[in-house]
Design a protein around this ligand. Structure first.
Ligand code: AMP
Ligand code: MG
Length: 409
């Protein structure tokens, strides 16, 4: 049976960037930029004041104190009409263009205004010792110049980058589009979660859970609903799912009599890459590829038990989606944390055990939570991470450091 890292390597080899497309900025959060973006303007577009205050000729304040005639007042959005010369000043608000002749701004907190018969706006007494030219001013083009590349291909578009793209006037950019991930929950026992299960039935929790996981991982889920364990029905549903970049089938990949997914996938031309991985939970994991003229579609068959489904999604599907999205085959963030209590590990499969990771001043700790196995989603919900215990029988002592996979983002 494959190890987790062998299986991950097989997935990584087959997960490639999707093509770039024109995307509206409003839809671009989290995407990877596929062009170099140059500025169409200087930023700032003019020398500007970075405080509310008085624009002055700095040398007027050589004594640390001056009384200057106020010429006019400029707020952001206005342009100055008067040249500041020695003996005069213009009241200026943050962001407003600096008037010609001025080379520094004195903060408004350092001013007092007096009426003056000769000046309708009065005179300002300013106090500023050690004022130098350039103080409280941001020069035109200080952030970037017109024509300068402000973002390069490969940049991940966070809210910061969305703001920066607005600064250079972009309403759309070329970016690698979100991967579409179709989700099919299989099982005769499943009913939609809004219904009351009858005898022998359970609610489909995996479908909506995986759709949410897809969305959180930066993809676009396509929920195909519930497919019964019937060859023809599965064939139709899987066929529909194969139009997406990734198809995730939940259930039907174990060794039961109605675990039909692998056979139906094979019939539809999906080439099996592996089936079964040495991991707990999640051993029955199935992975295959459908090669088409344009792209290779990735197909994951996740075990039906909700915790297995979720863990396999986070460990295998999420990094594949990141690769499709141009972010590289990146898995969950991991860290080392000290166990809060002893943990007995048994078995030949490494275990990803639901756990509570805490960051304290004294360092990170991890508490394995009470967990009743692959069906115990409620147990998983009490945690925020998975503690990794390597294969083999061993008692881990309190304080011992283990690798932890962080789930919450
Ligand atoms: P399977 O992998 O199809 O053998 O299913 C394993 C277990 O997971 C069975 O107990 C199923 O009832 C349960 N299961 C399968 N699919 C789902 C689902 N979509 N939601 C919740 N439980 C499921
Ligand atoms: Mg089943």
């Amino acid at each position: 049976m494959l190890t987790v890292s062998e299986a991950l390597a097989l997935v990584a080899q087959r997960a490639h960037n999707r093509p770039a497309a024109e995307v509206l900025l409003a839809d671009a959060l989290g995407l990877v930029l596929a062009e170099d973006v140059a500025a169409d303007v200087d930023s700032p577009p003019h020398d500007k004041s970075i405080v509310d205050g008085y624009a002055v000729v700095a040398s007027d304040l050589a004594e640390g104190d001056a009384r200057l005639t106020i010429l006019e007042e400029i707020v952001a959005g206005n342009v100055p009409s008067r040249q500041v010369t020695s003996g005069t000043t213009t009241r200026i608000m943050t962001g407003a263009p600096l008037p010609g002749g001025a080379d520094a701004v004195v903060m408004i907190e350092r001013s007092e205004v007096f009426p003056s018969p000769a000046a309708p706006l009065g005179e300002a007494r300013l106090q500023a010792t050690g004022l130098t030219a350039g103080q409280n001013i941001l020069l035109r083009g200080a952030s970037f110049r017109q024509g300068e590349v402000v973002l390069r291909t490969g940049a991940v578009l966070r809210p910061i980058e969305i703001g920066l793209l607005c600064e250079v006037g972009r309403v759309a950019v070329r970016a690698i589009a979100k991967p579409n991930v179709a989700i099919l929950a299989t099982g005769n026992e499943l009913v939609p979660h809004g219904e009351l299960p009858g005898p022998g039935q359970i609610r489909n929790s995996n479908g909506p859970m995986l759709a949410a996981a897809v969305r959180r991982a930066g993809g676009e889920p396509i929920e195909l609903g519930i497919g019964r364990d019937d060859r023809d029905e599965l064939r139709r549903a899987i066929q529909a799912g194969l139009s997406a970049d990734v198809l995730v089938v939940s259930g039907g990949v174990s060794a039961g009599v109605l675990d039909l997914a692998p056979e139906v996938l094979a019939e539809l031309g999906v080439e099996r890459v592996f089936h079964k991985v040495r991991i707990k939970p999640g051993k029955p994991l199935w992975f295959g590829v459908l090669k088409t003229a344009h792209a290779a579609k990735l197909v994951f068959g996740l075990p039906g038990n909700p915790v297995s489904s979720f863990v396999c999604f986070e460990l295998f599907v999420r990094p594949a989606m990141a690769a499709l999205a141009g972010r590289g085959f990146a898995g969950l963030t991991t860290c080392q944390a000290a166990l809060t209590k002893p943990f007995v590990h048994r078995g030949e499969r490494p275990t990803y055990h639901p756990a509570l990771l805490r960051h304290t001043k004294a360092g990170s700790t991890v508490e394995p939570i009470v967990w009743r196995g692959s069906a115990d989603l409620r147990g998983l919900s009490a945690g925020n991470s998975l503690a990794h215990f390597p294969a083999g029988d061993r008692t881990f002592t309190a304080g011992e450091k283990v690798e932890v996979f962080v789930l919450d983002l």
